[in-house]
Design a protein around this ligand. Structure first.
Ligand SMILES: [Zn+2]
Length: 207
């Protein structure tokens, strides 16, 4: 398994992740938030064959490079079905305030519990865990075999996501974290939307 963290920045530095099968080089791209050209060059240089773009949630700093990459590679992008209102409303995805408005009309949707596998390497799968709170469309992508979770802006190293944004809710956030993330094995590595990686153990027992 290749996990490549690539920090991209428009106005906020965000982590995009390549999640790629070592053998076939097929993989997913998670949260391409900005700098489409940089990400495309990385894909080209490394020989990755990206099958799908997966989004942890619909904020502008996680979706800014989706349109160009999806178009250039002719691949689909996926978000939780609650994400439709974020992708199609620039005040909801906050792009109206920070960058030029982003509207994405062609998403496909997943739901809690869906398992998304690579078509050319079907033993490589991510399970969708719905974790509303930071936004109403937030999810975690969980690889049970490798004990890895991509947790977007729900949990950070020594912090949690903000909830003072459209669709944010502090009570839901803590329910999601305590019921759905702390219940993963302690040694699960958490790859966050911003900043450094952490683990369930680090965050759960820090409190
Ligand atoms: Zn966010």
């Amino acid at each position: 398994m290749i996990i490549q963290q690539q920090t991209v920045c428009d106005v906020i530095a965000t982590n995009a992740y390549f999640y790629v099968d070592e053998k076939t080089k097929h993989g997913f791209l998670i949260d391409p938030g900005a700098e489409a050209d940089l990400l495309l060059k990385e894909i080209d240089d490394k020989g990755y064959i990206i099958e799908k773009i997966l989004l942890t949630h619909g904020h502008f700093d996680h979706i800014g490079a989706v349109e160009k990459i999806a178009q250039m590679l002719n691949i689909p992008y996926f978000i939780h079905h609650e994400g439709k209102k974020y992708l199609t409303d620039a005040t909801y995805n906050l792009s109206a305030w920070f960058v030029k408005p982003i509207i994405l009309e062609k998403a496909q949707y997943f739901d809690d519990g869906d398992v998304i596998c690579l078509s050319s390497a079907p033993y490589i799968c991510l399970r969708v865990i719905y974790t509303p709170g930071h936004t109403s469309d937030s999810v975690v992508f969980y690889d049970k075999v490798n004990k890895i979770a991509f947790c977007g802006d729900t949990v950070f190293r020594e912090g949690v996501g903000r909830t003072d944004v459209p669709g944010g809710d502090m009570q839901s956030l803590w329910q999601s974290i305590e019921n759905r993330i702390w219940s993963l094995p302690d040694d699960t590595i958490l790859y966050c939307g911003h900043g450094l990686q952490t683990s369930v153990e680090n965050e759960k027992y820090r409190r």
